[in-house]
Design a protein around this ligand. Structure first.
Ligand SMILES: [Zn+2]
Ligand SMILES: [Zn+2]
Length: 379
C-alpha cells in the first residue's frame, strides 16, 4: 500500500526492497494488520507523513533474503517482527527500552524507529506490502514458534504486546479496580491482561456497543457505554464507592470522541490533532494516589490536559511505546497455556489489493470492524 494524502491510500507497484546494510533481511509478508495508530497517519495527523510511504508496523512473514552479516536468520524462516526497530546495544536498549533506541531514528530524542510510521519515526517503509526490508535483522525479529498460528503471531507484533504492557504499567495490585478507556484491540488486550495480573474488577468504557460486547465476551469485563451517561466520571465514582478506580488505562489516544468542549478547545481550534478526552476522564475517574497508564497515541504536543488535578491527586502517570520483544516470552506462555487467544478479536481479512477499502471500513468503524488483517497475494 502507498499513502497518497489524508484518507487516501492505494495499492501500487513498488520495487522489491533490497539489502541496504549487511544486517538487513528482506521478509516476504504473509500477514499484516491495520492498527488504530495507523489511522492517525491515514487521517493526516502524524507530522512528516510523506506521500509514497508504505504503512504497516504489524506484520509477520518468511525470510526471503539476508545480508552477509546476519547470523540468527536464514531464508525460509518464519519470523515475527516487533514494530520497534532497535539496535539492541545503545544506552536505552541495554535497559530494555527498545522503543526508545537511540540509533535508529534521526529524531531519536523522543521516539525510536517504527516501521511504516512517518519520517518522525525514522522513515522506514512498513509491512502492508508483499515484501519489507527489516534492518538489524539479528536483533528485532524472532522465529514464530512452531505451535503458533500466524494470525496470533501478527497480533504479538504490537496490539497484544501493547495491551499487556499497558496493564503492566498500571502496576495492578491484587483486587484492584481497573478501568480501561477504549474497547479497540489494545483496550481489549489490556482488559484481558489485567486479570492475569490480579485485578479484582475490570471495567471497559467505549461508545461502540459492538466493541463493548467483545470486551464482555473476550475480556470478561464489565462494560459501560459512556453515551448513556451525562457524566461518565460521576458514574465511575458511583460504582467504585465514590473513591474512583485504582488503575486507569488510556487505550484511546488523541482521536477520542466524547467531549464536545474539549474538541472545541483543542481539535477544532486546530491547536493539535485531536483532544485528550480519554486521558482527562482517566485523571478524573481514578482515585487519589492511583495510577494511569497511557497506551493511546498522541501527537508530540498536547494541551488542555488536567495536569494540575493529576498532581493534586498524587497520581502516578506511566507511559511509553511498548518495547515489544521484551513482552514476548511471557506472552508466549500465556498463549500456549490458553489464557489468551489473540486472534479472537480479528473481524476482517482483507486482501492487500483491497487495502483502501480496509482502511475505510476500519476508520469509519463499519461492519463491526475491530481488527482487520491484511493478506498479501503471495501469502
Ligand atoms: Zn499498532
Ligand atoms: Zn538501541
Amino acid at each position: 500500500m502507498v499513502y497518497r494524502g489524508p484518507y487516501r491510500v492505494r495499492p501500487e507497484e513498488k520495487d522489491r526492497p533490497s539489502i541496504e546494510h549487511p544486517n538487513d533481511a528482506i521478509v516476504r509478508v504473509t500477514r499484516a494488520a491495520i492498527c488504530g495508530s495507523d489511522l492517525h497517519l491515514y487521517h493526516g495527523l502524524m507530522p512528516d507523513t510523506r506521500v509514497g510511504m508504505t504503512f504497516g508496523h504489524e506484520f509477520v512473514g518468511v525470510v526471503d533474503e539476508v545480508g552477509p552479516s546476519v547470523r540468527n536468520l536464514k531464508a525460509g524462516d518464519r519470523v515475527m517482527v516487533p514494530f520497534n526497530i532497535f539496535c539492541g546495544t545503545c544506552y536505552f536498549c541495554a535497559r530494555g527500552l527498545y522503543s526508545n533506541c537511540h540509533n535508529v531514528n534521526p529524531n531519536a530524542t523522543a521516539v525510536g524507529g517504527i516501521y511504516g510510521y512517518s519520517h518522525t519515526c525514522g522513515g522506514y517503509d512498513g509491512g502492508q506490502a508483499e515484501y519489507v526490508r527489516v534492518p538489524l535483522a539479528d536483533v528485532g525479529p524472532s522465529l514464530i514458534p512452531d505451535w503458533m498460528d500466524e494470525d496470533d503471531a501478527v497480533l504479538l507484533t504490537d496490539a497484544l504486546a501493547t495491551g499487556y504492557f499497558g496493564a503492566q504499567l498500571g502496576d495492578i495490585s491484587e483486587g484492584d479496580v481497573v478501568v480501561v478507556f477504549g474497547a479497540g484491540p489494545v483496550g481489549l488486550y489490556a482488559a484481558a491482561s489485567a486479570w492475569l495480573m490480579g485485578a479484582g474488577r475490570v471495567i471497559v468504557i467505549d461508545h461502540l456497543d459492538y466493541r463493548l460486547e467483545k470486551a464482555a465476551t473476550f475480556a470478561h469485563a464489565e462494560t459501560i457505554n459512556f453515551t448513556e451517561y451525562d457524566d461518565i466520571v460521576v458514574h465511575m465514582k458511583k460504582i467504585t464507592d465514590h473513591l474512583g478506580a485504582d488503575v486507569a488505562i488510556d487505550a484511546v489516544g488523541a482521536e477520542a470522541d466524547g467531549n464536545l468542549l474539549q474538541h472545541v478547545t483543542a481539535a477544532k481550534l486546530k491547536l493539535q490533532g485531536g483532544s485528550p478526552v480519554a486521558l482527562n476522564w482517566a485523571i478524573d475517574s481514578v482515585r487519589k494516589g492511583g495510577t494511569i497508564s497511557v497506551m493511546g497515541a498522541y501527537g508530540p504536543m498536547f494541551s488542555a490536559i488536567k495536569f494540575g488535578d493529576a498532581m493534586n491527586k498524587g497520581l502516578t502517570l506511566r507511559m511509553n511505546q511498548c518495547p515489544v520483544k521484551r513482552q514476548w516470552p511471557r506472552l508466549f506462555e500465556h498463549i500456549r497455556n490458553g489464557y489468551l487467544k489473540p486472534s479472537d478479536i480479528v473481524t476482517h481479512r482483507i486482501p492487500l489489493e483491497h487495502i483502501a477499502e480496509g482502511y475505510h471500513i476500519f476508520s469509519a468503524k463499519l461492519d463491526g470492524c475491530i481488527k482487520p488483517l491484511i493478506i498479501p497475494n503471495a501469502a
